[in-house]
Design a protein around this ligand. Structure first.
Ligand code: CP
Length: 293
């Protein structure tokens, strides 16, 4: 898909993707639209968080401001779409409910066409496919050392990117994954079992081929993000501990909070190229879903 993005430009003729965003996006929205266009598809994108509130709970008396139940909406949208993409966001207050990923699975349950996650409450699979592609393009050796490191952020962010990245790297088995974070930021073990995990960030960086920085809020003290000092920011000094390691980040990124300018502006940063790969990852997934339909 990357070598020749328009190779399947006729494949999607007459096919439509409907993209529902319950949370804003720059990369996922534009790259998925671009992917669909490269395949010759039509795209309809809806900012679902504003103006049209959906009810996802079953057996409710619908007297709130929710205009429509997902049961009807999913079936109706399926009549207009060959594939539906959906982005949701966790509450970060109710862990049990967030980890059910109910909004995504309710749509899957009631839709009659394939559904692709554009980031759910607990996973960001299209990002992880992109990350795997980016790593495979730049890996200097077999089974490179990949480090997922927590980094500071002023907001309380989901665990979705980190969960998915750990899940994909461990399933891929072509990389050696180390996860490093401050105490209290342990991820759900269901995503990290099998990874090396350490609270010593500098030790983790030693000999690393890739540094994937990401903030996530606490899983155990659910949704909280108390560590606001910048001790865990990615700096040039820390990157010097690596094996000429590459810096990767899903973006958006807070400069000089998550990562110092000196790293993000350096040749070691793959963040912009990584964002470019979002298109080809999405294109491959759309092709695969619709090809096998
Ligand atoms: N990386 C990523 O998902 O970016 P957006 O939130 O802009 O889609």
């Amino acid at each position: 898909m990357k070598a020749n993005p328009l190779q399947y430009a006729d494949f999607g003729k007459g096919k439509t993707a409907v993209l529902l965003f319950f949370n804003p996006s720059l990369r996922t929205r534009l790259s998925t639209e671009k992917a669909a266009y490269n395949l010759g598809m039509s795209v309809m994108t809806m900012n679902a968080a504003q103006g049209w509130k959906l009810e996802f709970e079953d057996n409710v008396v619908m007297k709130s401001d929710k205009a429509e139940h997902i049961r009807e909406a999913a079936q109706v949208i399926s009549q207009y779409a060959d594939v539906i993409g959906i982005r949701t966001f966790p509450s970060l207050t109710d862990r049990a409910k967030d980890y059910e990923d109910a909004i995504l699975y309710k749509l899957i349950k009631y839709a009659t066409v394939p559904v692709v996650s554009l980031e759910s409450a607990i996973r960001h699979p299209l990002q992880s496919l992109t990350d795997a592609l980016t790593i495979s393009e730049h890996q200097p050796r077999y089974r490179p050392k990949v480090v997922l490191t927590w980094a500071p952020h002023p907001r309380n962010l989901p665990q979705a990117v980190a969960n998915s990245f750990a899940e994909w790297m461990l399933a891929w088995d072509a990389v050696d994954l180390t996860i490093t974070h401050p105490k209290g930021y342990e991820l759900y073990k269901g995503f990290t079992a099998g990874a090396s995990i350490t609270h010593d960030q500098k030790a983790a960086f030693e000999g690393a081929d890739f540094i994937y920085a990401k903030n996530w809020s606490s899983y155990h003290d659910y949704g909280k993000n108390p560590k606001q000092d910048l001790d865990w920011m990615i700096t040039g000094d820390k990157m010097a501990l690596t094996n000429a390691g590459k810096f990767i980040h899903c973006l958006p990124v807070r400069r000089n909070v998550v990562v110092a300018d000196e790293v993000l502006n350096s040749a070691a940063s793959l963040a912009i190229e990584q964002a470019n790969n979002r298109t080809y990852a999405a294109q491959a997934v759309l092709y695969e879903l619709l090809h096998s339909k």
